[in-house]
Ligand binder design. Structure first.
Ligand SMILES: [Zn+2]
Length: 291
């Protein structure tokens, strides 16, 4: 998707943090963090890197990103693209969620490089993009987008990058609506709560993409131009690239569905498309036998 050049972006949705040199690694907090996938799992370590900070507020100053005022700028830089996606997603969910009988509150994106403190503890880029329910923020190291194409084989393109943001925003929706409450997120496997939660976030991402060309700024300018088939393919490619089976076969040489936490490439694409066509109401991953 391409932004309309003169669409006006929200000035508060995205900030960038300076590099954190004093990260605490280790400890065993086990605070809930919900990512696009768990990179460290495929690197053979656990998430202790995320447990160091103990859930305190981030102590790094977050500077709002500069010179990202318009859709035209969102088309030109990755930081501004993040703000463009955030502005459209925020506008979408602020109007959509009340129609589903839920109250919306916003989230923000914290961009970082290398490592950062979060309300869920210290995090490094190895975790990949993630949402922290404790501070209700989305954390993204934009260098991940290079990895998404080079290491995970996704096709390039802004919609693939915005799919990542929309997926994490979906986790925020799950958090504020109570969907996350009472789930067994330790369990794994194709029908586990973890996989259902992840596939629903993919579905919510698809729902936003489906509605995106109708979402407008205060002056009535649509943030995004109509989506092309090629761009949809890019988003599906990103969804497939972070499927558990795809990652397992490339990293461990075999596929073990009983350990899945995010769902297969096929399922992730399927649920993105269900949301794209049917909106958030169709994202009933917890109601079907196997999502
Ligand atoms: Zn996720």
């Amino acid at each position: 998707m391409t932004f309309n050049d003169n669409a006006k972006l929200d000035q508060n949705k995205v900030s960038r943090r300076g590099r954190n040199t004093g990260i605490a690694v280790g400890g065993g907090g086990g605070l809930l963090v919900i990512g696009l996938f768990i990179v460290s799992q495929l690197l053979g370590v656990d998430l202790t890197g995320l447990a160091g900070g103990g859930g305190t507020s981030p102590d790094q100053p977050a500077e709002p990103i500069a010179n990202c005022d318009t859709g035209g700028q969102a088309n030109d830089s990755i930081d501004c693209l993040m703000r463009g996606a955030a502005t459209s997603l925020d506008t979408y969910w602020a109007s959509e969620l009340p129609t589903l009988g839920e109250t919306y509150r916003t989230t923000d994106i914290a961009l970082f490089t290398g490592s950062t403190d979060t309300g869920c503890g210290g995090a490094t880029s190895d975790v990949g993009p993630f949402y922290c329910p404790a501070d209700e923020l989305i954390y993204i190291d934009t260098a991940f987008y290079d990895e998404l194409t080079s290491r995970f084989g996704a096709s390039d393109g802004p919609l693939a990058e915005m799919y990542v943001v929309a997926h994490e925003w979906g986790h925020h929706i799950q958090n504020i609506t109570g969907i996350m409450n009472g789930l067994d997120l330790q369990a794994t496997g194709p029908a586990s709560d973890s996989v259902r939660l992840e596939l629903q976030a993919d579905c919510f991402a698809g729902a936003w993409v489906g509605a995106a060309p109708t979402i407008k700024d205060e002056s009535g300018v649509a943030f995004l131009e109509p989506v092309t088939q090629e761009q949809i393919q890019n988003a599906l490619s990103a969804a497939a690239a972070v499927g558990d089976d795809r990652i397992q076969s490339s990293t461990q040489g075999q596929v073990t569905p009983e350990t899945w936490t995010h769902g297969s490439s096929e399922s992730r694409q399927k649920w993105f498309q269900i949301g794209y066509k049917g909106g958030p109401d169709a994202c009933n991953t917890f109601q079907v036998a196997t999502p």
